[in-house]
Write a protein of this length. Structure first.
Length: 169
């Protein structure tokens, strides 16, 4: 009888733990951001990359980590505007496993972004991602190879002509 009771108790405890873990990790960014503020969200195995706007109409790039208590913001970067382009960079740190560069564009002709860093022989290419706003295109590049220093951003149209070239220190 004791064996059946212990088995039942272990089964209930395991089921409750799995249920709580599932509920906690299925929360997207609801606890951190209001849904209306989110322009773009991408889930990775390490956390979520989110581009959102705040009450001052500023764009920000955030990285959210997940744990048993829910979502927490591990880092944030505000956008640097350049004409109709907004650039954000979030370097890797103890809580963020990779550097992320994001470009938000209101230019419908911009089809591709190439991101290069000084000292790197690797060019990272990004295509437009779907967003919650029909007039904005989001381009994301994330890699552990990136450092976040001295970034060159080249924006191309569909024929490959350069529309935008931005250098950041």
């Amino acid at each position: 009888m004791k064996d059946h009771f212990l088995t039942l108790l272990l089964t209930i405890t395991t089921g409750a733990t799995i249920f709580i873990f599932t509920i906690t990790n299925n929360h997207q960014t609801i606890a951190v951001f209001d849904d209306d503020d989110i322009l773009f969200e991408h889930q990775t195995i390490h956390g979520n990359i989110v581009i959102s706007s705040n009450t001052y109409d500023e764009l920000s790039l955030s990285f959210l980590t997940r744990d048993f208590s829910g979502m927490k913001q591990a880092g944030v970067s505000l956008a640097t505007p350049e004409d109709d382009i907004f650039f954000m960079s979030l370097p890797a740190n103890d809580d963020i496993p990779f550097t992320t560069h994001a470009v938000v564009s209101l230019n419908p002709d911009l089809q591709e972004i190439i991101v290069m860093e000084s000292g790197s022989k690797i060019a990272h290419q990004a295509q437009a991602k779907k967003t919650t706003c029909e007039t904005a295109a989001v381009f994301i590049v994330s890699s552990a190879d990136l450092t976040g220093d001295d970034v060159l951003i080249i924006g191309l149209d569909k024929e490959g002509a350069i529309l935008v070239e931005i250098e950041t220190p």
